[in-house]
Design a protein around this ligand. Structure first.
Ligand code: NAP
Ligand code: ZN
Ligand code: ZN
Length: 346
């Protein structure tokens, strides 16, 4: 057992505090990762605050992990000591069900094992990446290609794959009009990736405050959703809308922006239900769908795609003692565009 430094929430309302977590001894297929950077995802905040149901404390969040392999188990074949690697939102799955067999482990019929706050196969509760080291089974560790620095790579492990997967699945590319709702951690990666795929990209943000950034990141158009004219002007215009908003929004109003057969895909995961007016779907044969992260194979594909297109996240690197302040800023939509913890400061 290895005792390593970490930051953890001890309840739903208090600040995260400095602590330690235990990492298991290396099994034959495990790798030990020296974590260099860990992104702060809005899901960490939802989980800590109990938005999705009660959490088990102490809870060390973090599922955007980038680091270096420092030790490998006796039978590890996929990674070697010194490799630059990443770990995202899951660290295991059943590997036997039809979805796992398809490489869609995130949709494991027995439930994937979350990187933190989940029951691991040995009965312990997983603890995440706001920590100096982690032990993960080799199949759930991906390679970070040369050409992407570890700090800007970390957010790709969740924000990157969560936007890449639906963009890819719903065919974003040349000739397709894609809108991204919310320019936060997920949204800014959605804009970069959709642009790199060749789509015409529009940002739908609450205000025009971040317009200059949005256009620089690759958007062709930028609209404020606080302006009612936006919904009139853009009615019926998008093939695909990716909703990354962490709060409840009026889904039916956005469905009105889809063209015939258009799809709106929800990746945002607010605590509240999202009611939909049937007529906003019926009129235009539209779809309202959801998508959760991506499989391991697809995560590697996404990293290779990002390396090829020279894409990384726009980040603000923080020290451990700034985590609580960063949470407040994310909740206030004051993030440009991902906070990444330098784990050397833990
Ligand atoms: P984030 O950085 O906080 O970005 C969310 C953005 O949504 C904000 O920057 C803001 O953009 C917009 N927004 C926030 N509150 C809003 C409101 N009340 N009305 C309208 N717009 C609002 O969060 P994130 O890390 O990107 O995560 C976004 C959501 O995706 C979270 O719910 C998270 O749990 C979920 N998530 C899901 C998956 C999945 O697998 N499906 C994976 C990761 C995260 P503007 O300022 O531009 O309006
Ligand atoms: Zn996440
Ligand atoms: Zn499975």
């Amino acid at each position: 057992m290895l005792t390593v430094k970490a930051y953890a929430a001890t309840d739903a309302t208090g600040p995260l505090v400095s602590t330690t977590v235990e990492r298991r001894d290396l099994g034959p297929h495990d790798v030990l990762i020296d974590i260099k950077f860990a992104g702060i995802c809005h899901s960490d905040i939802h989980t800590v605050k109990g938005d999705w149901g009660p959490a088990q404390y102490p809870l060390t969040p973090g599922h955007e992990i980038a680091g270096i392999v420092t030790e490998v188990g006796s039978e590890v074949s996929r990674h070697s000591v010194g490799d630059r690697v990443g770990v995202g939102c899951m660290v295991n799955s059943c590997r036997e069900c039809v979805n796992c067999k398809k490489g869609e482990e995130q949709y494991c019929l027995k439930g994937n094992t979350g990187t933190y706050g989940a029951e691991d196969r040995d009965g312990t509760i997983t603890q995440g990446g706001y920590s100096t080291h982690v032990v993960v089974t080799e199949d759930f560790v991906v390679s970070i290609p040369e050409g992407i620095e570890l700090d800007v790579a970390a957010p790709l492990l969740c924000a990157g794959i969560t936007t890449y997967s639906p963009l890819h699945h719903w065919g974003a590319g040349p000739g397709k009009k894609v809108a991204v709702v919310g320019l936060g951690g997920l949204g800014h990666m959605g804009v970069k990736i959709a642009h790199a795929m060749g789509a015409e990209v529009t940002v739908l943000s609450q205000s025009l405050k971040k317009q200059e950034d949005g256009l620089r990141l690759g958007a062709d158009h930028y609209y404020a959703t606080s302006d009612e004219n936006t919904f009139k002007e853009l009615a019926g215009s998008f093939d695909l809308i990716i909703n990354t908003v962490s709060a409840k929004i009026d889904i039916s109003a956005y469905l009105g922006l889809l063209s015939l057969d258009g799809a709106m895909v929800n990746v945002g995961a607010p605590a509240e239900p999202l009611p939909v007016n049937a007529f906003s779907l019926i009129a235009g044969r539209r779809s309202f769908a959801g998508s959760m992260i991506g499989g391991i194979k697809e995560t590697q594909e996404m990293l290779d795609f990002c390396a090829e297109h020279k894409l990384g996240a726009e980040i603000e690197v923080i020290s451990a003692d700034q985590i609580n302040e960063a949470y407040e800023r994310v909740l206030a939509s004051d993030v440009r565009y991902r906070f990444v913890i330098d784990t050397a400061t833990l």
